[in-house]
Write a protein that binds this ligand. Structure first.
Ligand code: CAP
Ligand code: MG
Length: 435
């Protein structure tokens, strides 16, 4: 039978990528009966110009658009492979089209038992078509007037069910306890018991009250997630009420709406807080899906100012090395490659973004998280303040005391001797790591 497949034409183990190639690192396991070469040929082919069979007509210019699988490394029961993509494959500034290519059909190929998109190196000529964060780390610190410590925030808990009035009252307690931010939860948008527009109005009154009482900058991560036109409308309402952030659930909203809102919020000078709800549906399995570090990289490129990175010690799965990788990708101007988990990345003029540690945190875990992330992060401690024996305000104070203790290089135990709210928090939770 004549040769009907041409996958192996997408493999060249001696290929040297050009500086304009976009490089993708995949982990894969071939299905039984499929050779490594056939597997990597399929990955490179199906994510660029190929299909399953040789074609009647193949204009010679197509060769210039073919991806090339060029470097393989064995790892456990699978392999890592690097694939180089000619830049002309990718529409400038179109994140959704990139995902349709490198994270599309290839995940469904029968020839692969597992496939994981690990990381991407974006060349300068690709990066230059994206805005990156509007304010970034330095810009946010200037706006919020917070210098050398993490910014702190909390979500009212239970995560949904409060009226707009109750929500604003809890925000007041959170802010007066010393926190910078009050955050909507990922599943709060506008409900009959907590209408978005009413919440904004009441939160604005409370913010102005606390800013007057404390002289500190206070703000909120108010969730505008919805259909894109409504998101733009809600962004304008936040801007008109003097808010400096908007929150978007970026995975469920999709890269296209995040790009649209980056334009709109950028015009208002506002920062984007990116919640990553649904990420664990594709990043948790170490053998299949898409890494959180790639999602974080793509979101920094599009232009969120901060995104959740996990905690390594909290209630949600977030391996320590992954938290470190994500925070490096978000904060550094030049990310160094690490084993097979990370490719080099020069960010050129793209501003750094804040990693956000959240999920099962309480004052007793603050040193563990700051050990990993340092002060250049956001700490969201929600159940960990609203569950304090003396309530929200005391819980926020206890968390701020734990941060001060860490930065003064004093143990929590010693610091708690002279700080009652921290002592009360340690009496309830100690150093427990919630499951
Ligand atoms: C945390 C949280 C956050 C998760 C998100 C929640 O509340 O508000 O959404 O942290 O996870 O709903 O669970 P607690 P991640 O502080 O009370 O746990 O940050 O890993 O994306
Ligand atoms: Mg939440």
């Amino acid at each position: 039978m004549s040769k009907v497949e041409w996958y192996t034409e997408f493999v060249d183990l001696n290929y040297k990528p050009s500086k304009t190639d976009l490089i993708v690192l995949f982990y894969f396991e071939p299905a039984s009966g499929i050779s490594v070469n056939e597997a990597i040929g399929r990955i490179a082919s199906e994510s660029s110009t190929g299909t399953w069979t040789t074609l009647f007509k193949l204009p010679s210019r197509m060769k210039k658009l073919m991806a090339t699988a060029y470097e393989i490394n064995k790892s456990g029961s699978g392999y890592f492979v690097k694939v180089a993509y000619p830049l002309d494959l990718w529409e400038p500034g179109n994140a959704a089209q990139l995902l349709s290519g490198i994270a599309g059909n290839i995940f469904g190929m029968k020839a692969l038992k597992n496939l994981r998109l690990v990381d991407v190196n974006f060349p300068k000529d690709y990066i230059k078509h994206f805005k990156g964060p509007k304010n970034g780390i330095q810009g946010i610190r200037k706006i919020m007037k917070v210098k050398n410590r993490p910014l702190t925030g909390a979500v009212p808990k239970p995560k949904i069910g409060f009226s707009a009035k109750e929500h604003a009252e809890i925000a007041y307690e959170t802010w007066i306890g010393g926190f910078d931010l009050t955050k909507d939860d990922e599943n709060l948008s506008s409900t009959k018991f907590n209408n978005f527009y009413q919440r904004v109005a009441l939160m604005t009154k409370m913010r102005d009250k606390v800013e007057k009482e404390t002289g500190d900058r206070k703000d909120a991560l108010i969730n505008i997630t919805h259909e894109t036109k409504e998101m733009e409308k809600r962004a304008k309402v936040l801007h008109d009420h003097g808010w400096r952030y908007a929150m978007i659930d970026v995975v469920v909203s999709g890269t296209s709406s995040v790009q649209t809102l980056r334009e709109k919020l950028g015009d208002y000078g506002m920062s984007i807080h990116a919640h990553r709800a649904m990420h664990a549906s594709f990043d948790r399995n170490p053998k299949h899906g898409i890494t959180m570090s790639f999602l974080a990289k793509l979101m920094r490129l599009i232009g969120v100012d901060q995104i959740h990175c996990g905690t390594a010690v909290g209630k949600l799965v977030s391996p320590r090395q992954e938290v470190i990788n994500i925070s490096n990708i978000l904060r550094e101007q030049k990310t160094k490659s690490y084993r097979h988990d990370l490719l080099d990345q020069n960010w050129y003029n793209i501003k750094p973004a804040f990693p956000v540690a959240s999920g099962g945190l309480h004052p007793g875990l603050v040193p563990d998280v700051l050990e990993i992330l340092g002060n250049q992060c956001n700490l969201l401690v929600s159940g960990g303040i609203h569950g304090h024996p003396k309530g929200t305000r005391a819980g926020a104070k206890a968390t701020m005391q734990a941060i001060d203790a860490y930065n003064s290089k004093i143990s929590l135990k010693e610091y708690a001797l002279s700080h009652i709210e921290l002592r009360q928090a340690l009496e309830k939770w100690g150093l427990m790591k919630p499951m």
